[in-house]
Design a protein around this ligand. Structure first.
Ligand code: DX5
Ligand code: ZN
Length: 214
Protein backbone atom coordinates (compact mmCIF):
# COMPACT_ATOMS: atom_id res chain seq x y z
CA UNK A 1 0.00 0.00 0.00
CA UNK A 2 1.29 3.44 -1.01
CA UNK A 3 2.06 5.88 1.79
CA UNK A 4 3.05 9.54 1.58
CA UNK A 5 5.30 10.81 4.36
CA UNK A 6 5.99 14.55 4.19
CA UNK A 7 9.22 15.55 5.95
CA UNK A 8 8.88 18.33 8.48
CA UNK A 9 12.53 19.23 7.81
CA UNK A 10 11.15 21.68 5.24
CA UNK A 11 8.40 23.01 7.54
CA UNK A 12 8.53 26.45 9.16
CA UNK A 13 9.77 25.50 12.64
CA UNK A 14 8.33 28.71 14.12
CA UNK A 15 4.86 27.29 13.36
CA UNK A 16 5.54 23.57 13.64
CA UNK A 17 2.13 22.59 15.05
CA UNK A 18 0.30 24.41 12.22
CA UNK A 19 2.66 22.93 9.66
CA UNK A 20 1.86 19.40 10.88
CA UNK A 21 -1.89 20.07 10.92
CA UNK A 22 -1.54 21.35 7.37
CA UNK A 23 -0.18 18.04 6.02
CA UNK A 24 -2.64 16.02 8.10
CA UNK A 25 -5.56 17.93 6.57
CA UNK A 26 -3.99 17.59 3.12
CA UNK A 27 -4.05 13.78 3.30
CA UNK A 28 -0.56 12.78 4.46
CA UNK A 29 -0.28 9.22 5.80
CA UNK A 30 2.81 9.60 7.98
CA UNK A 31 4.91 12.40 9.45
CA UNK A 32 8.59 11.93 8.51
CA UNK A 33 10.84 13.27 11.26
CA UNK A 34 14.48 13.87 10.33
CA UNK A 35 16.77 13.69 13.35
CA UNK A 36 20.36 14.80 12.67
CA UNK A 37 23.29 14.89 15.07
CA UNK A 38 25.98 16.85 13.19
CA UNK A 39 28.20 13.73 13.26
CA UNK A 40 26.62 11.16 11.02
CA UNK A 41 25.49 13.99 8.76
CA UNK A 42 26.83 17.54 8.51
CA UNK A 43 23.71 19.14 9.97
CA UNK A 44 21.72 19.41 13.20
CA UNK A 45 17.96 19.31 13.68
CA UNK A 46 16.07 18.21 16.77
CA UNK A 47 15.60 15.24 19.09
CA UNK A 48 13.06 13.41 21.23
CA UNK A 49 11.88 16.48 23.25
CA UNK A 50 10.49 18.06 20.07
CA UNK A 51 8.85 14.76 19.07
CA UNK A 52 7.18 14.63 22.49
CA UNK A 53 5.68 18.11 22.01
CA UNK A 54 4.38 17.50 18.48
CA UNK A 55 2.89 14.15 19.55
CA UNK A 56 0.04 16.18 21.09
CA UNK A 57 -0.76 17.82 17.76
CA UNK A 58 -1.67 14.86 15.51
CA UNK A 59 -2.65 11.19 15.58
CA UNK A 60 -0.60 10.55 12.41
CA UNK A 61 2.06 7.81 12.39
CA UNK A 62 5.47 9.18 13.48
CA UNK A 63 8.24 7.88 11.23
CA UNK A 64 11.54 8.86 12.87
CA UNK A 65 14.58 8.81 10.59
CA UNK A 66 17.63 8.85 12.83
CA UNK A 67 20.67 10.24 11.02
CA UNK A 68 22.80 9.88 14.14
CA UNK A 69 25.89 7.93 15.20
CA UNK A 70 25.07 5.13 17.65
CA UNK A 71 21.26 5.36 17.34
CA UNK A 72 20.85 2.63 20.00
CA UNK A 73 21.44 5.30 22.67
CA UNK A 74 18.22 7.15 21.77
CA UNK A 75 15.66 4.40 21.09
CA UNK A 76 14.00 4.40 24.53
CA UNK A 77 13.76 8.22 24.48
CA UNK A 78 12.01 8.22 21.12
CA UNK A 79 9.60 5.53 22.28
CA UNK A 80 8.76 7.60 25.35
CA UNK A 81 8.27 10.64 23.13
CA UNK A 82 5.67 8.82 21.03
CA UNK A 83 7.52 7.50 17.97
CA UNK A 84 5.71 4.76 15.99
CA UNK A 85 8.67 3.70 13.89
CA UNK A 86 12.42 4.20 14.13
CA UNK A 87 14.67 3.99 11.11
CA UNK A 88 18.40 3.65 11.73
CA UNK A 89 21.23 3.80 9.24
CA UNK A 90 23.16 0.57 8.63
CA UNK A 91 26.27 2.77 8.43
CA UNK A 92 25.69 4.32 11.87
CA UNK A 93 25.71 1.32 14.21
CA UNK A 94 28.15 -1.51 14.83
CA UNK A 95 25.35 -3.86 15.91
CA UNK A 96 22.47 -3.44 13.52
CA UNK A 97 20.67 -6.63 14.54
CA UNK A 98 20.78 -5.70 18.23
CA UNK A 99 19.59 -2.20 17.40
CA UNK A 100 16.62 -3.53 15.39
CA UNK A 101 15.80 -5.95 18.23
CA UNK A 102 15.82 -3.02 20.65
CA UNK A 103 13.37 -1.05 18.49
CA UNK A 104 11.04 -4.05 18.13
CA UNK A 105 11.42 -4.79 21.84
CA UNK A 106 10.07 -1.30 22.59
CA UNK A 107 6.98 -2.17 20.54
CA UNK A 108 7.77 0.05 17.56
CA UNK A 109 8.20 -0.68 13.88
CA UNK A 110 11.79 -0.87 12.72
CA UNK A 111 13.43 0.29 9.53
CA UNK A 112 16.97 0.29 8.19
CA UNK A 113 18.29 3.05 5.94
CA UNK A 114 21.06 2.89 3.36
CA UNK A 115 23.04 5.80 1.95
CA UNK A 116 23.24 5.97 -1.86
CA UNK A 117 26.69 4.31 -2.01
CA UNK A 118 25.89 1.51 0.46
CA UNK A 119 25.18 -1.77 -1.37
CA UNK A 120 21.97 -3.75 -0.83
CA UNK A 121 24.03 -6.60 0.63
CA UNK A 122 24.13 -4.49 3.83
CA UNK A 123 20.45 -5.35 4.47
CA UNK A 124 20.41 -8.92 3.20
CA UNK A 125 20.74 -10.56 6.63
CA UNK A 126 18.50 -8.11 8.50
CA UNK A 127 15.64 -8.20 5.99
CA UNK A 128 13.55 -10.82 7.85
CA UNK A 129 13.62 -8.66 11.01
CA UNK A 130 12.57 -5.28 9.64
CA UNK A 131 9.31 -3.65 8.58
CA UNK A 132 10.91 -1.25 6.13
CA UNK A 133 14.08 -0.48 4.21
CA UNK A 134 14.77 3.18 3.45
CA UNK A 135 16.80 3.78 0.33
CA UNK A 136 18.27 7.28 0.40
CA UNK A 137 17.90 8.87 -3.01
CA UNK A 138 20.15 11.80 -2.00
CA UNK A 139 23.06 11.98 0.44
CA UNK A 140 21.45 12.59 3.84
CA UNK A 141 21.82 15.89 5.65
CA UNK A 142 19.78 18.45 3.75
CA UNK A 143 16.43 18.97 2.09
CA UNK A 144 16.06 20.29 -1.43
CA UNK A 145 18.71 18.16 -3.18
CA UNK A 146 18.30 16.43 -6.55
CA UNK A 147 17.23 12.81 -6.89
CA UNK A 148 20.15 10.49 -7.80
CA UNK A 149 18.92 8.72 -10.94
CA UNK A 150 20.95 5.54 -10.43
CA UNK A 151 18.85 4.78 -7.32
CA UNK A 152 15.92 3.61 -9.48
CA UNK A 153 17.55 0.29 -10.45
CA UNK A 154 18.63 -0.14 -6.80
CA UNK A 155 14.97 0.10 -5.74
CA UNK A 156 14.06 -2.49 -8.37
CA UNK A 157 16.74 -4.90 -7.13
CA UNK A 158 15.60 -4.49 -3.52
CA UNK A 159 11.97 -5.18 -4.49
CA UNK A 160 13.14 -8.39 -6.18
CA UNK A 161 15.24 -9.35 -3.14
CA UNK A 162 12.18 -8.95 -0.87
CA UNK A 163 10.01 -10.93 -3.27
CA UNK A 164 12.57 -13.75 -3.54
CA UNK A 165 12.73 -13.97 0.26
CA UNK A 166 8.90 -14.03 0.40
CA UNK A 167 8.84 -11.17 2.88
CA UNK A 168 6.51 -8.26 3.43
CA UNK A 169 8.83 -5.27 3.76
CA UNK A 170 8.06 -1.66 2.81
CA UNK A 171 10.49 0.22 0.59
CA UNK A 172 10.78 3.88 1.47
CA UNK A 173 12.58 6.48 -0.62
CA UNK A 174 13.83 9.80 0.71
CA UNK A 175 15.36 12.73 -1.15
CA UNK A 176 14.46 14.67 -4.27
CA UNK A 177 10.94 13.25 -4.52
CA UNK A 178 8.47 15.30 -6.57
CA UNK A 179 5.61 14.42 -8.94
CA UNK A 180 8.05 13.21 -11.62
CA UNK A 181 10.49 11.19 -9.51
CA UNK A 182 7.53 9.79 -7.53
CA UNK A 183 6.29 8.02 -10.65
CA UNK A 184 9.76 6.65 -11.32
CA UNK A 185 10.23 5.24 -7.80
CA UNK A 186 6.70 3.83 -7.60
CA UNK A 187 7.27 1.96 -10.85
CA UNK A 188 10.59 0.68 -9.49
CA UNK A 189 8.81 -0.76 -6.45
CA UNK A 190 8.90 1.85 -3.68
CA UNK A 191 5.71 2.17 -1.62
CA UNK A 192 6.54 4.80 1.02
CA UNK A 193 7.47 8.19 -0.38
CA UNK A 194 9.10 10.92 1.71
CA UNK A 195 8.92 14.46 0.36
CA UNK A 196 10.06 17.62 2.11
CA UNK A 197 10.63 20.64 -0.10
CA UNK A 198 8.14 19.48 -2.75
CA UNK A 199 5.25 19.30 -0.25
CA UNK A 200 6.13 22.26 1.99
CA UNK A 201 7.18 24.43 -0.95
CA UNK A 202 3.83 23.93 -2.71
CA UNK A 203 1.11 26.59 -2.88
CA UNK A 204 -1.47 23.81 -2.74
CA UNK A 205 -0.23 21.16 -0.31
CA UNK A 206 -3.22 18.88 -0.88
CA UNK A 207 -2.64 18.85 -4.64
CA UNK A 208 1.09 18.25 -4.11
CA UNK A 209 0.42 15.20 -1.91
CA UNK A 210 -2.17 13.89 -4.38
CA UNK A 211 0.32 14.30 -7.25
CA UNK A 212 2.72 11.91 -5.49
CA UNK A 213 0.05 9.20 -5.58
CA UNK A 214 -1.11 9.76 -9.16
C1 DX5 B 1 17.56 14.28 3.97
C2 DX5 B 1 16.31 13.94 4.76
C3 DX5 B 1 15.08 14.04 3.95
C4 DX5 B 1 14.77 15.42 3.43
C5 DX5 B 1 14.16 15.27 2.08
O1 DX5 B 1 18.67 14.08 4.76
O2 DX5 B 1 16.41 12.61 5.25
O3 DX5 B 1 13.96 13.50 4.63
O4 DX5 B 1 13.93 16.17 4.23
O5 DX5 B 1 14.00 16.53 1.54
P1 DX5 B 1 13.57 16.75 0.04
O6 DX5 B 1 12.26 16.07 -0.17
O7 DX5 B 1 13.48 18.23 -0.06
O8 DX5 B 1 14.66 16.19 -0.82
ZN1 ZN C 1 14.57 11.57 6.01
Amino acid sequence: MLKIAPSILSADFAYLADEIKKIEEAGADWVHIDVMDGLFVPNLTFGAPVVKKIRKVTPLFFDCHLMVEGPEKYIADFKAAGADQIVVHAEATKHLHRCVQQIKGEGMKAGVALNPATPLSAVEEILPYVDMVLLMTVNPGFGGQSFIESMAPKIKRLRQMIKDAELNVDIQVDGGINDKTAKLVREAGANVLVAGSYVYGAQDVKAAIASLRA
